[in-house]
Design a protein around this ligand. Structure first.
Ligand SMILES: Cc1cc2nc3c(=O)[nH]c(=O)nc-3n(C[C@H](O)[C@H](O)[C@H](O)COP(=O)(O)OP(=O)(O)OC[C@H]3O[C@@H](n4cnc5c(N)ncnc54)[C@H](O)[C@@H]3O)c2cc1C
Length: 396
């Protein structure tokens, strides 16, 4: 039996960030992942600068031998309609490839890695967790993404709306590069007519990523194919771009049925269902919740009863608000949809100030880890109303 302080199931950005922070606090962590890394992960790979800052990654250095595409603006519209381009004139986001990014984070984290074998059995023996009869620890972290086998203990069997998404990422050859009108610095976002999701095309270095996600998953396959055909007819992407789209799913924060903790157990990232309801961004919440969980574990000093882990859930609720099912399953707020449909997406002001500044780039809104400090959270240290971490209402 391999004993350690903390077992982490899942080596994505949530698990590796948690392990990295635990190692820095002097704890012995083991990360278990079913995949051998580097591994593919379905994801557009768009990250906001807050993610790189939290991970202490210098984009210039990281990008020397990996894709780290600066994004200075976006082209936004409705599928089949006109688009508006907004250029900020400076990097406001970056594009990474998960194949490289997740591998880099996992190798760097310093924890012991047990990769290439799926976790199957999770049992409790007294105050310790035992995984597959081989690994044992008093503290367990569920970081296995949407289908995390540990997170199912925390409410994962309840049916709740998910974001279902399909995408393809492929290297552009020389001819495809000249046939691709998507600029690397200006990714393109196109909303579905009912605003229940959006498609994207995103050129990162020599790679193109095209996909579509919807909150209800309704007709996803047909809508993704139609979106891709439309991009080809418009001449935005090469006509021979692959048309096979693998899919994946995840919860947005408000819709997630997962609870965040139990005795000796914390859930982080997609396993907890923490992705942003405004944009579907999930990497930042994964990284922030991973760091927060590790700090709470370190501060608990070996006493992992629920009461000692509670600051984790309190900090998340203070930052993101109580969970509330989104009425009508819309990625963008329902009131806006009902009142204005897609018309506003033709307004440059609306696209910049609301869609981009508030929904996608959102500054310090919804920060689980406050930008101004990284102290371990204590009870009552986060604002519950009116403070900078408070959930905002619908824009407009
Ligand atoms: C198509 C698509 C596009 C997206 N685009 C973006 C984007 O551009 N930007 C953004 O911020 N977010 C995006 N997201 C969301 C983002 O990918 C997730 O929120 C993020 O990956 C969550 O990280 P995580 O570490 O919690 O989980 P994951 O990255 O899913 O990692 C979980 C890990 O657990 C492992 N695992 C699973 N089951 C087991 C098991 N039984 N045993 C052992 N290991 C296991 C997996 O192999 C995996 O490595 C997108 C999602 C999809 C589906």
């Amino acid at each position: 039996m391999d004993h350690c302080d903390v077992l982490i199931v899942g080596g994505g950005p949530a698990g590796s960030t948690c392990a990295w922070t635990l190692r820095r606090a002097g704890l012995d962590a083991v990360v278990l992942d079913k995949a051998a890394f580097p591994r593919d992960k379905l994801c557009a790979g768009w990250i906001t600068p807050a993610v790189l800052a939290l991970l202490e990654i210098d984009p210039g250095k990281y990008g020397r031998d990996r894709v780290c595409q600066p994004i200075t603006g976006f082209r936004v519209g409705k599928i089949g309609g006109r688009a508006v381009a907004v250029d900020y004139g400076r990097p406001v986001s970056y594009g990474i490839r998960r194949f490289e990014f997740d591998h880099y984070l996992l190798e760097r984290c310093g924890a012991r890695l047990r990769l290439g074998e799926a976790v199957r059995g999770v049992e409790q023996a007294g105050r310790r967790w035992v995984i597959d009869g081989r690994f044992s620890a008093p503290m367990l972290v569920a970081a296995g993404g949407h289908f995390c086998p540990v997170a199912r203990r925390l409410g994962g069997e309840v049916r709740a709306p998910v974001v279902a998404a399909q995408e393809v990422e492929f290297p552009l050859d020389v001819r495809q590069t000249s046939a691709c009108r998507v600029e690397p610095e200006i990714p393109e976002l196109y909303f579905c007519a009912d605003l229940a999701g959006y498609g994207w095309c995103f050129r990162k270095g020599g790679f193109l990523n095209v996909g579509l996600g919807r909150v209800d998953g309704d007709g996803l396959r047909g809508q993704t194919a139609a979106f891709c055909d439309w991009l080809k007819r418009e001449g935005r992407i090469p006509r021979d771009a692959p048309a096979r789209f693998p899919g994946h799913a995840y919860y947005l924060y408000g819709d997630s049925p997962r609870t965040l903790l139990d005795d000796g157990l914390l859930a982080i990232g997609d396993a907890a269902g923490l992705a942003s309801e405004r944009s579907g961004e999930g990497i930042r919440a994964a990284v922030e919740s991973g760091e927060l969980a590790a700090r709470v574990i370190a501060a608990a000093g070996g006493d992992y009863r629920r009461s000692r882990l509670a600051p984790y859930a309190e900090a998340i609720t203070a930052a993101l608000g109580p969970r509330q099912r989104s009425a009508g399953f819309h990625l963008v707020p329902g009131a806006i949809c009902r009142l204005l449909g897609g018309k506003l997406l033709e307004s440059r002001w609306f696209v910049r100030r609301v869609v981009l500044d508030r929904w996608f780039l959102h500054g310090d809104l919804d920060r689980i880890i406050p930008a101004n400090g990284r102290e371990p959270p204590a009870r009552g240290c986060y604002p519950t109303d009116g403070g900078p971490g408070t959930r905002s209402g619908p824009p407009g």
